[in-house]
Design a protein around this ligand. Structure first.
Ligand code: PMP
Length: 387
């Protein structure tokens, strides 16, 4: 295990004079905090004996039903018994990897991929093989080609890990056609898919995308979380898995944590039952859309020629590629001294790729700070191009 690139950056990036485009922190201050506080106070006064007690490792039954209602927004029809509540989607990733992966097994993942998943996969000594991605998400032909090659080499592919919607870190979304094709390929090659979907309800235009799990229930394990739609500090996420897998996940969770926080689960249960959570998600969407617009406008106006970037339709992140010859990792300390932080692309690959790339996020800073951050970043890139 090695520290992630992001962790190493956090200490400097959190200095007040630095505009941090590095973190992926949701803007929880947008929640009605007084009401949230009142709700939690009432919960303890009325139901403290349950909220402060141990509970089952699978998670609160009423909350699991509510989770099914949330997933229905993405076309998923699920039964609460197939849901396990976890400590954020991160623990779901850990449990899934623990039950499936032996050292040396192959996990396929988009290139680039979510750094927290790569850390988990590394801790179980998996061999991550990246599959190419473009503006339309994972490239099906690249997946087929990779699966064919690995089969010829006699390697065991345990699963494909994918963040199909508003991907972290690239901000791209798998198109509807590719979703269909991906499920066909998974069936042809008999592989399991881990669909990690923290940002699915944070789209800026139109209705939520249909989840992969909506069209395939046996081969897809779906991971969800309330980190971005309610609050990340609650640490409540979940996995929806085929029945037999779910049973193993509960055993693995029991041995890891006995049970999850009853307090957090009941707070989420209460929030979903009594607060206008759909309207709150709408507010988050508007807030992040305004910030996305601020970032894309500033990039368009300020970035030197030769830089390219993605145009996310939801979520938190833009993926920026520097002109030929520049190195985002080597440039990071110079950016910090110019008071702007980003995450170098190499952290999002298991194989050292991504040297020209970086992730910049618009979720946390206010629009003016985003514009100022992009202005500083453009200045750093221009001075690199001159040297
Ligand atoms: N998956 C992805 C793609 C993420 O971006 C994150 C959070 N950054 C997680 C999983 C983990 O989220 P949490 O544990 O807060 O639910």
């Amino acid at each position: 295990m090695v520290p992630s690139e992001i962790r190493a950056l956090f200490a400097v990036a959190s200095r007040p004079e630095v505009v941090s485009l590095a973190g992926g922190m949701p803007y929880v201050s947008a929640l009605p905090l007084d009401e949230f506080g009142g709700m939690v106070g009432d919960l303890i006064a009325r139901n403290g004996a349950e909220a402060l007690q141990y509970a089952s490792a699978q998670g609160d039954p009423r909350l699991r039903e509510q989770i099914c209602d949330v997933m229905a927004l993405e076309g998923i029809q699920a039964c609460a018994d197939d849901v396990i509540v976890t400590v954020g989607a991160q623990q779901a990733l850990d449990l899934v990897t623990r039950i499936f992966v032996n050292p040396g097994d192959v996990i396929l993942a988009e290139g680039p991929s979510y750094v927290g998943a790569l850390g988990t996969f590394a801790s179980y000594q998996a061999d991550v093989v990246h599959v190419a991605m473009d503006e339309g998400g994972l490239v099906p032909e690249a997946l087929e080609e990779t699966l064919g090659r690995l089969r010829r080499e006699g390697r065991t592919v345990k699963f494909l890990y994918t963040v199909p919607t508003f991907q972290n870190p690239a901000g791209v979304t798998l198109t509807a056609d590719r979703r269909t094709r991906l499920l066909e390929i998974a069936a042809e090659h008999d592989i399991l898919i881990i669909e990690d979907n923290p940002y699915g309800l944070l789209g800026f235009d139109g209705e939520p995308m249909r989840a992969l799990r909506a069209d395939e229930s046996e081969r897809v394990i779906y991971l969800g979380t309330f980190s971005k739609t309610i609050a990340s500090g609650l640490r409540v996420g979940w996995a929806l898995a085929p029945h037999a897998v779910r049973a193993k996940l509960v055993l693995a969770a029991e041995s890891a944590v006995l049970c999850h926080s009853s307090f957090s689960q009941l707070a989420v249960r209460e929030y979903l039952a009594t607060q206008p959570w759909r309207e709150q998600i709408k507010e988050f969407r508007l807030l992040y859309r305004e910030r996305r617009d601020a970032m894309l406008d500033a990039l368009e106006t300020l970035m030197p020629e030769g830089c390219t970037w993605t145009r996310p339709a939801g979520g938190f992140f833009v993926w920026l590629t520097l002109p030929e010859g520049l190195d985002a990792k080597a440039m990071a300390p110079r950016a910090i001294s110019e008071r702007v932080a980003y995450v170098p692309g190499t952290g999002f690959y298991a194989d050292g790729s991504g040297r020209r790339d970086m992730r910049i996020s618009y979720c946390y800073p206010e629009p003016d700070r985003i514009r100022e951050g992009v202005r500083r970043l453009a200045g750093v890139i221009e001075s690199e191009l001159r040297t």
